[in-house]
Design a protein. Structure first.
Length: 338
């Protein structure tokens, strides 16, 4: 099936789920098709090659591909930031398969958003309007899109809205969870039926519902988190919230316990002797029983390089370990432009 045919098929599948658009010939149905067609026209592919020796290449690979969406009249592209980490070269691929060089504008550690700008004009591409998660509810039909040569659109459904804690020292108080999942979710935009941007794809998850029932899906970072920091990101390359302590831990949360799974090479955690299997009991004397509590206690420090005390259960022993945290971005090569 050709790309235009795939797009129309996906639009019609989406419309078949909408109560206000019972048939694809009604004015309401045509309005949705028009809005989603305009939105999809702003979706681009993102291709990144990491700088030689990049620390992030171990987990993200040297060559990365994903998607982004044009949100600015000057061609500003919003994507997921991990694609851009330690980038050596960045290219965007338009809907007509033209490849344009781009530069990094910003990476925000706190939200995970990344901003790119093409070095050549993006002709004929209109930016998408920003929507809000407040306007959608569980059960609403939405459209996710991917860019690049294999770009596509897919109907999905919002199944939950809730906070999210990542194992890599990441937490946001609001996230969008959809199902069924899309494959190449990295940087993929999520649109409502008016063609407004709701979020940017970050992860595949197995628990989209957020309860004991297993349902595969995707986590999208809502654009509501972007709006208050967009100007700051363009001006400074990040946000104030991103200047926070980082320990270099991969952790899991189970049954009210925060357990260390891995320590990053040359990280404060490794230097302090923390080990996989250690259980974090407290931060600076305050008990923690979830990743959210752990991170928020850690980030309560005013400076990213403050000393942090962790109380940990190491084997059969309870120890208090002092770590000198660091600014995460100081450990990584910055893409040209930031």
């Amino acid at each position: 099936m050709s790309k235009p045919s795939r797009l129309w098929f996906a639009f019609l599948v989406l419309l078949s789920t909408l109560a206000q658009a019972a048939t694809p010939t009604t004015p309401a149905a045509q309005a949705v098709i028009d809005a989603l067609t305009r939105a999809n026209a702003a979706v681009v592919g993102v291709q990144v090659t990491a700088t030689p020796g990049a620390r992030s290449a171990e987990s993200l690979g040297k060559d990365r591909s994903g998607s982004g969406v044009v949100i600015g009249a000057d061609g500003l592209v919003l994507t997921i930031g991990y694609l851009m980490l330690e980038a050596d070269t960045i290219q965007i691929v338009t809907q007509d398969n033209k490849t344009l060089p781009a530069r990094a504008v910003a990476y925000d550690l706190a939200t995970g958003f990344g901003l790119l700008r093409p070095l050549l004009p993006l002709r004929g591409v209109s930016p998408v309007p920003l929507g809000s998660q407040a306007d959608v509810k569980a059960g609403d039909a939405l459209m996710a899109a991917t860019g690049g040569e294999d770009g596509d659109v897919a109907m999905t459904q919002l199944v939950s809205k809730r906070s999210f804690s990542g194992y890599w020292e990441y937490h946001i108080d609001a996230a969008l969870f959809t199902s069924p999942p899309i494959g190449n979710h990295s940087g993929a935009p999520l649109f409502n039926q008016r063609g407004e941007l709701l979020g940017i794809g970050s992860l595949f998850v197995g628990d989209a519902l957020g309860d004991s029932r297993r349902l595969p899906g995707n986590m999208f970072v809502p654009v509501d988190l972007l709006k208050p920091i967009l100007a700051e990101m363009q001006r400074t390359g990040s946000s104030k919230q991103s200047r926070r302590p980082w320990l270099g831990l991969t952790s899991s949360e189970q049954g009210g316990r925060v357990q260390i799974v891995r320590t990053n090479k040359d990280s404060p955690a490794e230097a302090a002797g923390l080990q996989p299997g250690d259980v974090v009991l407290a931060v600076d004397g305050s008990k923690v029983s979830s990743l959210e509590e752990f991170y928020k206690r850690l980030w309560a420090h005013a400076n990213p390089d403050d000393e942090v005390q962790l109380t940990v259960l190491q084997g059969a022993d309870i120890k208090t370990i002092t770590l000198k945290a660091v600014d995460r971005m100081s450990t990584m090569a910055k893409p040209a432009g930031i």
